[in-house]
Design a protein around this ligand. Sequence first.
Ligand code: FES
Length: 148
Amino acid sequence: CQRWYHKNVVDHYEKPRNVGSFDKKDLDVGTGLVGAPACGDVMKLQIRVDEAGNIVDSCFKTFGCGSAIASSSVATEWVKGRSIDDVLTIKNSEIAKHLSLPPVKLHCSMLAEDAIKAAVKDIHAKRAKAQPQTGGMGEEKLAAAAAS
Ligand code: FES
């Protein structure tokens, strides 16, 4: 039932941006893998982060509905060029608004917000592991953002 899909959903669904995969073992790659229990859809969003904490590239693979694919496509575009702290402020409601998602499809955009947060958490964890002396930095901020 495509009839209510906004043109932005159709655009991102038919021409998804940044589909692909980075090697999740790369130290500069953060991987967020999240699923929606309600429908079983799965989204993987990855970010490549430079030394300064800026996202230089992003890609996704989504097994799910058109809204989830469009939401992840938008998310990869929105995170590029921003810092890993900054992207934690991206809300699913902004993505849903951009795509004009109806209430029944809000959880699809929620997946994208969760995937961004999970990818940032992953890169923090990797960096903490690589440099034990700065371990845990940023975790409180992430927890606060996740709880908000
Ligand atoms: Fe589940 Fe869209 S229907 S992510």
